[in-house]
Design a protein around this ligand. Structure first.
Ligand SMILES: [Zn+2]
Length: 196
């Protein structure tokens, strides 16, 4: 599932905390990876992406992340995730297939304040634990990559409803008199019969 043994990054604490979940949902220690200039390559099960669940039906996500320590001793993470998903198009309400793909080039920080200090020069990601789910590292970006409308940007939706409907008023004009009184024909027949 993972590459050069992502397993070594799983801390004992995490294994205890989440039991069998830690076997299915890969965990990673970005600092340890960065110190060794390693990559994490693998597949993350869709169930690990809890916030995505309300927005799209996601397939498993292929993830590739490269870590290194930059010149200032910060964790530099590059890479992303890619998956097929199904979403409900906001134009036609059809269920449509989309590809979601994230692309990251960030400094992974443990403190919001320190992230702010370099925010002008770098994209940053603040994490609140040393070991965390690989899904956490790519989920925000995957969510941002969801197409807003579904079938396509702008007017690309092939199932889009017509924006202008025929003018019902004018279409009706010729017929309305007769339709208003369906008994008119019957009445005229009656009077014919009775007069004979
Ligand atoms: Zn659509």
């Amino acid at each position: 599932m993972s590459d050069e043994s992502g397993q070594t990054a799983i801390s004992a604490g995490n294994r205890m905390a989440s039991g069998d979940q830690s076997q299915d949902v890969p965990q990673i220690d970005p600092l340890a990876y960065a110190r060794h200039g390693r990559r994490w390559i693998g597949t993350v099960p869709s169930k690990a992406f809890e916030r995505m669940a309300g927005l799209a039906t996601l397939n498993d996500v292929a993830v590739e992340l490269a870590f290194e320590i930059d010149d200032h001793g910060r964790i530099h993470m590059r890479g992303g995730g890619k998956a097929e998903a199904r979403i409900v198009c906001q134009r036609c309400l059809e269920d449509v297939a989309v590809t979601v793909e994230s692309s990251l080039d960030v400094r992974v920080m443990s403190s919001e304040q320190r992230a702010q200090e370099i925010a002008r020069d770098y994209d940053t990601m603040v994490v609140d634990a040393r070991t965390l789910s690989v899904a956490e590292l790519v989920e925000d970006d995957l969510i941002l990559s969801l197409p807003e409308l579904g079938c396509g940007a702008g007017d690309d939706c092939p199932h889009r409803l017509p924006t202008e409907f025929p003018d019902e008023q004018s279409a009706d004009d010729g017929e309305s008199a007769r339709e208003d009184n369906p008994f008119a024909v019957l009445e005229s027949l009656k009077s014919k019969l009775s007069s004979e």
